[in-house]
Design a binder for this molecule. Structure first.
Ligand code: NAD
Length: 516
């Protein structure tokens, strides 16, 4: 068990001082627009001729920064640096590594609003979501540092007459971190720091939509004194260097978070032993979801509607845990639907720099915008468009929160991950059927059950096949150390981020047995 861990508290934006501090941070970040971001290999900043731009999804003409792109040769150089750094970094004690990382979290805490403000522009995050993203990054560091301290001396095995035995944990070697854009600080930070706290070294390839916020972590790691080569920064086009990073003979592990298509590709490719490779690669693949809120009869319909709307539309539904299916008992279906529509109509949608009261910003990019729009068209034919459906990409990629009702479980929008502000409603006759529909998906990430029937909750605990199951609340907002996160089925390898077991993903176990 990890002791003395406290979550980073959310910023109270009703406090005028906090409001002002955040506005100042937005100004500071804005003043830095147009910056050039290098690769960082062995601590050296490398500006390449081949570059791409990071833009504001709420104002896509606004270039936020220009990013150097790593070539395959530069990936090789980064891997050499990571191999070299590993020789000494692995010999730092867990305590020494943890202390350095705690220093990193202290710097992040000091620069919290600046990081969150950058996510307002680069990811279109509302203030509270951006604040939560930064706080979760801090939580991951604090939690994993403590967790590694607890594993520092291994676990107990038994001695017997004439024999002393030890069971200890060792790092594995250099590996690759591939994060998504939707938690561009938290997930990127968590999946970069966990392997290094364990004593490994890393090549970090940030998501192409959010390289600027990833570079902030690189700056902070340098400021905290992380030795050169422990984390190497290799932004680039995944089509050019994605497979190369995964296939590399010296890649010992890949920690990936993203879509099912990419995750399964990585899983498959990493299984192949390359020439010169004398170990098996480990893959952590945290992938998509088709998460549902199951609503039983005899419940508080206000609570159900609020849970559905919050979980479906927070950060424009761009969370792997977002509620994209509301599966509702026939006796309360009309009431829950009506209340959800009413709440949805009250949501504001615009550029999130406008203030802490803006509920929703844009979706991340043109590709996602087009994909979501297409799903709304399909869904409007499969069921009934109740609210939303409006889209506008003239300035930013805005999709209004959308509810589609009267769907069947087999409908396309009830089966495929949309990753946008769209939720489908379907009706069932009894609790068995509600659970059957909830499980009728390839995914198994999160789910929530709204019920006052304890027997039904017990049944859901047994039979609802998801990694994170919640009672009488929404299906988003997992908290590090409280709700370790990860899914079943095609949602991934269930590595459970923020759990007491997570560090084991980056460690090997060794037995030392002495005869007296
Ligand atoms: P994505 O798969 O398109 O990209 C994720 C990362 O993979 C990016 O860094 C991208 O550059 C990289 N990538 C793409 N092709 C690659 C290749 N061939 N080889 C190596 N790397 C490659 O996913 P996304 O659109 O960035 O993220 C959204 C998805 O992430 C959704 O499906 C969402 O559910 C999922 N997600 C899951 C979790 C979780 O914990 N289970 C958390 C957040 C997001």
């Amino acid at each position: 068990m990890v002791v003395e861990f406290h979550n980073e508290p959310a910023t109270d934006f009703t406090d005028q001082e906090n409001q002002q501090a955040f506005k100042d941070a937005l100004k500071k970040v804005k003043a830095e627009f147009g910056k050039e971001i290098p690769l960082v290999i062995n601590g050296e900043k490398i500006f390449t001729d081949d570059k791409y731009e990071s833009v504001d999804p709420a104002n896509h003409q606004q270039v936020l920064g220009t990013i150097s792109k790593a070539s395959k040769e530069q990936v090789d150089q980064a891997m050499e640096a990571a191999k070299e750094a590993y020789k000494t970094w692995r010999k730092w004690t867990p305590k020494e590594r943890a202390e350095l990382l705690i220093r990193v979290s202290a710097i992040i805490r000091r620069r919290k609003h600046e990081l969150s403000a950058l996510m307002v522009y680069e990811a279109g995050k509302p203030w509270n979501e951006a604040d939560g993203d930064t706080n979760e990054g801090i939580d991951f560091i604090e939690y994993y540092a403590r967790s590694m301290m607890e594993l520092a001396h291994g676990k107990q095995v038994f001695d017997r007459e004439g024999e002393h035995n030890q069971y200890i944990y060792k790092p594995m070697g250099p590996g690759v971190t591939i994060p998504p854009w939707n938690f561009p600080f938290a997930i990127m930070t968590g999946t970069t720091v966990a392997p290094i706290i364990a004593g490994n070294t890393v090549l970090l390839k940030p998501a192409e939509d959010t390289p600027l916020i990833a570079y902030k972590l690189i700056e902070i790691l340098e400021e905290a004194g992380l030795p050169k080569g422990v984390v190497n920064f290799v932004p680039g086009d995944p089509k050019e260097i994605g497979d190369y990073l995964v296939d590399h003979k010296d890649t010992h592990f890949v920690t990936f978070t993203g879509s099912r298509a990419t995750g399964t590709r990585i899983f498959e490719r990493a299984a192949k032993v390359q020439e010169g490779q004398n170990f098996l690669k480990r893959v952590i693949a945290e992938m998509g979801g088709k998460d549902a809120i199951v609503v039983d009869e005899n419940i508080d319909t206000d609570l159900a509607a609020q849970a559905i709307v919050d979980s479906a539309f927070g950060f424009s539904g761009q969370k792997c845990s977002a509620c994209s299916r509301a599966i509702v008992h026939k006796d309360v279906y009309d009431e829950v639907l009506e209340k959800s529509i009413k709440l949805t109509k009250e949501l504001s949608i615009k550029h999130t720099e406008g203030g802490s009261d803006v509920y929703m910003g844009p979706v991340i990019n043109q590709k996602q915008f087009d994909k979501i729009k297409n799903y709304i068209e399909i869904g409007s034919k499969e069921g009934k468009l109740e609210v939303g459906g409006k889209t506008d990409d003239s300035k930013g990629f805005f999709v209004h929160p959308t509810i589609i009702s009267d769907l069947k479980s087999s409908d396309q929008i009830m089966q495929e991950e949309i990753f946008g502000p769209v939720v489908g409603f379907t009706k069932c006759d009894n609790f068995e059927e509600l659970l059957e529909v909830a499980n009728d998906t390839d995914y198994g990430l999160t789910g929530a059950v709204i019920t006052n029937n304890r027997e039904h909750w017990r049944q859901a605990c047994e039979d609802y096949d998801v990694g994170n199951l919640y009672l009488n609340r929404g299906c988003t907002s997992a908290v590090v150390g409280y709700h370790p996160f990860g899914g079943f089925k095609m949602s991934g390898t269930d590595a459970k981020t923020g759990s007491p077991d997570y560090m084991l993903n980056f460690l090997e176990q060794k037995i030392l047995s002495e005869q007296f």
